[in-house]
Design a protein around this ligand. Structure first.
Ligand code: SF4
Ligand code: SF4
Length: 225
């Protein structure tokens, strides 16, 4: 899932200063799961914006609407009526969703209500940790399912460096060394011999941004005939 955190309220009010009809656009997927941008959070933010305007500006109106996914054109279409009434939008989706919303409604200013942090997992209640940097060349098959790009502080493909101490990364005693974990995992699976092979440097041409993936099989199956 994509993990995001709410922006400071003051940052949001600064961005929308001068607008009088603001739509807070929620997204019902990743940001809803990490309690940052779903229907409930969109409603709360709209209420806070309305209350903050208070008696200072009787003309100000903040409303909220949420769709299942802002990274999908079909769902973004459901915002049309709301956005026609608004003069600005605060989107609580991830950076991709915000951009797609802004692209679909280019006449209306769209502002981010969250800071998109990373692709990660929910480790427990209120704890999310990064697991993938979408490098487009997945190495998990040769690293025992532990990402060296994300989990190693130096993103080493041939580790460890000379720094780990007692299983911890040299950059922080709070952080497990990814390469110690990789070795332990592969040893447990009797696959340590994999590490004899040198892994070549990552191909920057494959990581070039902005990335785009076209799946012809998917297009053929789901495009309108
Ligand atoms: S190697 Fe790591 S960053 Fe790259 S795709 Fe796999 S999990 Fe993601
Ligand atoms: S100590 Fe381990 S995790 Fe830290 S930089 Fe070195 S190999 Fe990577």
């Amino acid at each position: 899932m994509i993990v995001a955190k709410p922006k400071e309220f003051s940052e949001i009010t600064d961005m929308i200063r001068g607008y009088s009809n603001v739509l807070v656009a929620g997204c019902g997927t990743c940001v809803a799961v990490c309690l940052t941008g779903g229907e409930k959070e969109a409603g709360i933010l709209a209420t806070r914006l309305q209350m903050a305007a208070g008696s200072d500006d009787a003309r100000f109106r903040a409303s909220a609407a949420t769709v299942e996914r802002q990274c999908d054109r079909e769902f973004l279409g459901l915002f049309r009526d709301h956005i026609e009434e608004a003069d600005a939008v605060v989107s609580l989706a991830c950076g991709a969703g915000i951009q797609f919303l802004a692209e679909m409604y280019p006449d209306t200013p769209v502002f981010p209500g969250v800071d998109t942090s990373f692709i990660g997992v929910a480790e427990g209640a209120g704890v999310w940790s990064e697991r993938c940097r979408s490098c487009n060349q997945c190495y998990l098959g040769i690293t025992g399912g532990i990402c060296p790009v994300t989990m190693c502080a130096k993103s080493l493909l041939n580790g460890p460096c000379g720094g780990p101490q007692n299983g911890k990364c040299e950059t922080s005693p709070e952080r497990d060394c990814a390469w110690v974990m990789i070795i332990e995992r592969l040893e447990r699976q009797s696959r340590l011999d994999i590490l004899r092979d040198f892994v070549p440097a990552r191909r920057n041409d494959l990581s070039t941004h902005p990335a785009k993936i076209v799946r012809e099989d998917y297009r053929k199956r789901f495009s309108a005939k």
